[in-house]
Design a protein around this ligand. Structure first.
Ligand code: SF4
Ligand code: SF4
Length: 404
């Protein structure tokens, strides 16, 4: 077969590039912060330069909805191509098979080969568990923790659990996971549309089949594609390559093909559900981008301090006390100033650390402030507290003014 027509090199390239991406992403930084990481300490998601705090629930919800709708869209359009081409579980299954073969070829002693295999599986499990943890703990901090022997309880438990599961997966479970446990295969099989990409043995050419069994021998799931679509099939395309090799060696054409919709049902049919889910995904992505772009760069909230007590001074002025909370939500250190909105005919004075408040990105501060109100402002019930950055109001909150 013309090497350019083989599916295997393309699938392997895609598979390894996506695996490499998963490994590399935690090391990539933007503005000095991780490109993608869930930071437990600050309870925020670092997402391509934006820091989304967990209390910005609507953005989190949008991100989750995008994942769900994109998943449905890709499933409806490309079927189980995900399984064979990008799923980490398939990659682990491929690696386990490769390691088994290599170890067996290195020595004839079965015990040594088995020991070697287990050592490689343990190393791989450690790599996968570390890689998962890097999405929560930055790699440099992770290595420092490992070196000091202080991983932390939560991180240590996540590492140990993932390590154990991946090791058992490599050593025992292997392809059985896709065959019997994986819910995605079942969901995909049930949601399949007539226009979904699938792999098919051409039913119109059954007579041409040489019954050589090449497609069956290469199948990692041990199934026979000639029996039609099966839930175990991961759409890896190995049978397609095998059949092409056999048939083209005899001057014919392969009997197995990737196809959008069954070949027996000729003619293009719109995959309306895929179009719908694709449209919704796009809409959600646009909404998320707008939401992130328009989110506040700082927040300000106020509570009455001193149990709501008001102090009257000898000149008749009243003093109210507050607890003020500020947070810098931008990705750069910022210096803020607090001020009250002027009220015509009244004198108001904000007392406390109101100038040059330096906050690091995602840092917050609690301040105790007092507001001195002149007797002439006896009718004022609320005053606007403003948070300024470079003379620009970036957040505001209402200060209740108690008169007694
Ligand atoms: S039937 Fe073909 S595409 Fe499906 S898992 Fe087996 S080899 Fe891969
Ligand atoms: S490899 Fe092709 S020709 Fe051989 S058994 Fe499979 S479908 Fe038939």
């Amino acid at each position: 077969m013309n090497p350019g027509q083989r599916i295997a090199p393309k699938r392997k390239l895609f598979q390894w590039l996506s695996t490499l991406l998963l490994l590399v992403i935690p090391f990539l930084k933007i503005n000095g912060e991780s490109l993608l990481r869930l930071d437990a300490a600050s309870r925020s998601l670092l997402f391509f330069g934006a820091t989304i705090r967990i209390d910005e629930f609507y953005l989190f919800l949008l991100a989750v909805l995008i994942c769900i709708f994109l998943f449905l869209f890709i499933t409806l359009l490309f079927g189980r191509v995900w399984c064979g081409w990008a799923c980490p579980q398939t990659t682990l299954g491929d690696i386990a098979e490769w390691v088994e073969e290599k170890c067996a070829s290195l020595t004839r002693l079965k015990a040594v080969s088995a020991l070697l295999r287990q050592v490689v599986y343990l190393a791989l499990a450690a790599l996968v568990a570390s890689n998962l943890l890097w999405y929560f703990v930055p790699p440099d901090e992770f290595f420092a923790r490992v070196a000091s022997g202080r991983m932390g309880t939560a991180a240590g438990m996540l590492f140990a659990t993932t390590f154990l599961l991946v090791y058992l997966d490599l050593a025992l479970v292997k392809r059985s996971f896709c065959k019997t446990l994986c819910p995605y295969g079942r969901v995909q099989f049930m949601t399949m549309e007539p226009g979904t990409l699938t792999l098919e043995f051409d039913p119109a050419r059954t007579e041409e089949c040489l019954r050589c069994g090449a497609c069956l021998r290469v199948c990692p799931m041990g199934i026979d594609i000639r029996e039609g679509a099966q839930v175990e099939c991961i759409n890896c395309g190995r049978c397609l390559d095998a059949c092409r090799d056999v048939m083209e060696g005899r001057g014919g054409q392969g009997l197995i093909h990737y196809t959008f919709g069954k070949r027996s049902e000729r003619g293009w049919r719109a995959n309306w559900r895929a179009i719908l889910f694709g449209g919704v995904s796009l809409l959600l992505v646009v909404t998320l981008i707008m939401g992130v772009a328009r989110r506040e760069e700082a927040t300000l909230s106020v509570r009455m301090g001193a149990n709501g007590e008001v102090k009257r001074l000898s000149d008749g002025s009243l003093v109210n006390f507050y607890l003020v909370y500020l947070e810098n939500r931008s990705s750069a250190p910022s210096t803020f100033t607090l001020a009250v909105e002027p009220v015509p005919g009244s004198r108001m004075e904000l007392i406390g650390p109101v100038n040059n408040i330096l906050l690091q990105p995602n840092d917050n501060r609690k301040l105790t402030l007092a507001l001195k109100v002149s007797p002439s402002a006896s009718t004022v019930r609320t005053v606007e507290l403003r948070l300024l950055k470079g003379g620009r109001v970036v957040a505001h909150a209402a200060l209740p003014v108690l008169m007694q």
